[in-house]
Ligand binder design. Structure first.
Ligand SMILES: [Fe+2]
Length: 450
């Protein structure tokens, strides 16, 4: 930073320097020397610098040849001595409220994402560990600690099949400034626990619901039907909402009631439905329900004898349909997804070694893929898929292997039903139960001979 005095002296020197330079440059013999000296001459008026401070300059200290004038220079606040930058920042007696969560999203064998919402902008932290809360994770982006009301903290490097305790902490940021932002107090949750998936274990169980379409009473009833102690995670198979309108709607009509069942301990594995692609907030939905592969709605997970592939069947009509007004581009997206599916089917190690391969998708026959449905089925057949579970039709249906070119059974789950999937190393048993307790279907999938 240059003080006013130095700036004025610098200007004078620069004028003198410019005149001298012009004279020197007239001589070709001195041009090279002049150019070599240029950086040093330019730097000379800058050093040494006085301690930076805001002040008024009268110009009297400047050269007498310059006209006398008065001006005020505004010099930005500077840190000064080291202890000045470390003086305490202001902390207000205000504590944030956790409005929603924490939710556990898409636990894998080594990762988990914790998500929650606060009423005011906060910085977030998760303390976690197996026996003690001896580790912590603070989300940051490009070196800046994340500040906001939606908090997503990804835990990585976890051990398969282990149980982790965790707490979420939210510290209010009252006013975000360049230096000494005003802060508030920290809210701390109770300690909860979750378990990572374990591909090495001999059994796995999960539960599936679908098409709840913002019916909170329906979700509440479904949550009560699930035996949470023995289910590893919950699959939601699409159409959480009728159209995505807002964060408040997503939480109030889907995530919060589902969380009543998950109880901060079980993970939600979300499959996108066609209705979840519509509405003014649809482009933001990924921030709330997807994995750390931000906005990726197709991926795989391993749990016990199961290799699970989540497929995003997107919309049910062509992109060119007028109702979408050219705001849809699922064709290239589905092509990318198909390329991933095919590559995954051909190269993923668990495709070969897992006792069972399960596809989770919203629309039973891959959604609108421009007539290429059979190509998707062929990839699934070549991958040795053993079971597909879909929703979308709002009523129960069961397709035997071979019904549509598929070598595997397809369960279409109704919207008032829970599918319970229990897998061992020799077979998968699926039980579909209606709200009220009536079992509407059961079937078994035997392990194939290789
Ligand atoms: Fe649907």
């Amino acid at each position: 930073m240059i003080s006013a005095k130095n700036e004025l002296e610098g200007a004078a020197l620069m004028r003198d320097f410019s005149e001298a330079t012009r004279n020197l440059m007239r001589s070709s013999r001195t041009r090279l020397a002049c150019l070599c000296a240029l950086p040093f001459l330019l730097l000379t008026p800058l050093y040494p610098q006085p301690a930076p401070q805001a002040h008024t300059s009268t110009g009297a200290a400047a050269s007498a040849q310059r006209p006398s004038r008065t001006r005020t220079l505004r010099v930005p606040a500077a840190p000064g001595p080291e202890q000045a930058v470390n003086r305490p920042f202001k902390t207000y007696e205000t504590r944030p409220v956790v409005l929603d969560g924490p939710f556990i999203l898409d636990v894998s064998d080594t990762t988990a994402t914790l998500e929650w919402v606060t009423d005011t902008p906060c910085i977030a932290k998760v303390q976690y560990g197996e026996k003690d809360l001896d580790k912590e994770r603070v989300p940051q982006e490009n070196g800046l600690v994340s500040v906001g009301t939606l908090h997503r903290v990804e835990l990585t490097g976890l051990r398969p099949g282990h149980t982790y305790q965790y707490k979420i902490l939210s510290t209010r940021v009252v006013r975000l400034k360049a230096y000494w932002p005003d802060m508030g107090l920290t809210s701390e949750s109770p300690a909860y626990a979750f378990s990572t998936l374990d591909p090495a274990k001999s059994s796995a169980s999960f539960s599936v619901i679908t098409d709840t379409h913002e019916d909170v009473a329906r979700i509440n009833a479904l949550m009560k039907m699930i035996d949470w102690k023995t289910t590893d995670f919950l699959v939601f198979d699409g159409d959480a909402v009728n159209g995505v309108q807002s964060e408040e709607q997503v939480f109030d009509n889907f995530l919060e009631p589902v969380s009543e069942g998950l109880a901060h301990t079980k993970s939600l594995l979300y499959v996108r439905g066609n209705h979840d692609m519509r509405g003014p907030f649809a482009r933001s939905l990924g921030q709330y329900v997807t994995t750390p592969d931000f906005n990726k709605f197709y991926f795989s997970r391993d749990d016990g004898p199961l290799h699970i592939m989540v497929i995003d069947t997107t919309e049910d009509k062509p992109d060119s349909t007028n109702v979408y007004a050219h705001l849809l581009a699922t064709a290239p997206y589905r092509q990318d997804e198909f390329t991933w599916f095919k590559h995954h089917a051909e190269t993923n190690g668990r495709i070969q070694t897992a006792p069972f391969r399960v596809v989770l998708l919203h629309q039973p026959y891959w959604g609108w893929v421009d007539g290429r449905n059979r190509e998707w089925t062929d990839v699934a057949n070549r991958a040795g898929v053993d079971l597909a579970i879909a929703g979308h039709w709002h009523r129960f249906h069961y397709f035997e292997p071979g019904a549509g070119g598929n070598d595997f059974p397809v369960l279409v789950l109704g919207q008032d039903q829970v599918a319970r999937v229990d897998a061992s190393e020799t077979g998968i048993r699926v039980t579909v139960t209606q709200i009220g307790g009536k079992v509407v279907g059961t079937f078994e999938v035997k392990r194939r001979e290789k």
